[in-house]
Design a protein around this ligand. Structure first.
Ligand code: AHM
Ligand code: MG
Length: 338
């Protein structure tokens, strides 16, 4: 084959480069920080690996009796699905085996999960499988994670203080969306990047580099069944969206609704309701990580009264109202709240 033929072959669609894998990207980022020890990189890889396993389970759930409920409730009083439990086990195991996390909190467990790695520098707050009501009906679901450097001395047993540091002290946060494809989006406090999982290669490939969300949008996402209980300002905002003929889109999986709005421009709302006067979503492993990532991508996240990341946490499973998305939409809404 001559040079010209080789060049022609190399530019053939089937010969194009696969792209940057998540592992390579993480390693590359690590070398940009001379004092980085690689532990956070390893932790991110552990989470990504558990995500691959969940991807597999989610995709064959209908085939191997993984759908349906466990017949028990979690700490939130919500019925646990089999896949909720499996995701919880997968992530806990990956983080225990990885060795970098000394403790975990999970939506599925009331207390701190000690990994036995008291020399680990990090703690992880996780919602292993968010959007439970969508599991059995093949609708998108997701994992949300948040990582802190521990504040208790290395070598000792981690405590509640490690988890109640406040959202601005997160060192990394992100989500894995199991949708029409599986994508992991995360930030370590700099840029926000998305990696789509190629199951045939077993690799996540950088597909959404340096995500910046639009400053404004035309999508609004909320549960209309709760609207009667919303405060007047929220109702006024929603009326405005209708008058402007914006698009209403609500999946009922926070990760999926958030991801769409992040890319296309929109706002997700979960205000206080009569049933849930403090809001439904959990601060530590739902609102904090998404708010951290949202701010890095140019979005805003608020409880209506303060930035989500400024809320002082006081308990592992506390809830918060959440308005998150395009900054101009969020500011417009906040201006209408009492
Ligand atoms: P979950 O953690 O039990 O799955 O609940 C969180 C989910 C979010 O993903 C979603 O946005 C919201 O609850 C939907 O709630 P609702 O069905 O009340 O609209
Ligand atoms: Mg959840």
């Amino acid at each position: 084959m001559n040079v010209q033929q080789m060049e022609l072959t190399a530019s053939h669609p089937l010969a194009l480069p696969v792209g940057v894998t998540l592992d390579r990207y993480i390693m590359h980022r690590q070398t940009a920080f001379p004092y980085a020890t690689g532990e956070l990189s390893q932790l991110l890889r552990d989470i990504a690996l558990a995500g691959k396993i969940i991807h597999r389970e989610v995709n064959r759930a209908g085939l191997i009796d993984l759908t349906g409920g466990m017949g028990v409730q979690n700490v939130q009083g919500e019925s646990q699905q089999k896949l909720d439990m499996i995701a919880n086990i997968r992530f806990s195991r990956a983080l225990k085996n990885g060795g970098e996390a000394c403790a975990i909190i999970s939506e599925e467990e009331e207390d701190i999960i000690y990994t036995g790695n008291n020399h680990g520098k990090y703690v992880v707050a996780i919602d292993p499988l968010d959007g439970s009501s969508n599991i059995d009906v093949n609708v998108s679901i997701g994992t949300i994670f948040s990582i802190y450097r521990r504040v208790t001395p290395i070598g000792t047993e981690p405590t509640l203080d490690d988890f109640l540091q406040g959202g601005r002290r997160q060192v990394a946060a992100g989500y894995i969306l199991y949708g029409s494809s599986t994508i992991m989006v995360y930030t370590t406090g700099h840029s926000v990047n998305g990696f789509t999982y190629d199951a045939s290669l077993g690799e996540y490939i950088l597909s959404h580099p340096d995500i910046h969300s639009p400053a404004n949008g035309q999508i609004y996402s909320y549960n209309d069944g709760n609207v009667e209980g919303y405060e007047e300002g929220v109702q006024q905002f929603l009326n405005g969206c209708r008058k402007k003929q914006f698009t209403a889109r609500y999946i009922g999986s926070l990760v999926a609704d958030f991801h769409r709005n992040l890319l296309k421009g929109g706002i997700y709302l979960y205000p206080p309701t009569q049933k849930a006067p403090d809001g439904k979503l959990r601060l530590l492993y739902e609102a904090f990580p998404l708010a951290f990532l949202a701010e890095k991508a140019g979005c805003l996240a608020t409880s209506g009264h303060q930035a989500i990341l400024d809320i002082k946490p006081y308990s592992l499973h506390q809830r918060t109202p959440l308005y998150i998305g395009a900054p101009l939409m969020v500011e417009n809404l906040v201006g209408m709240l009492g």
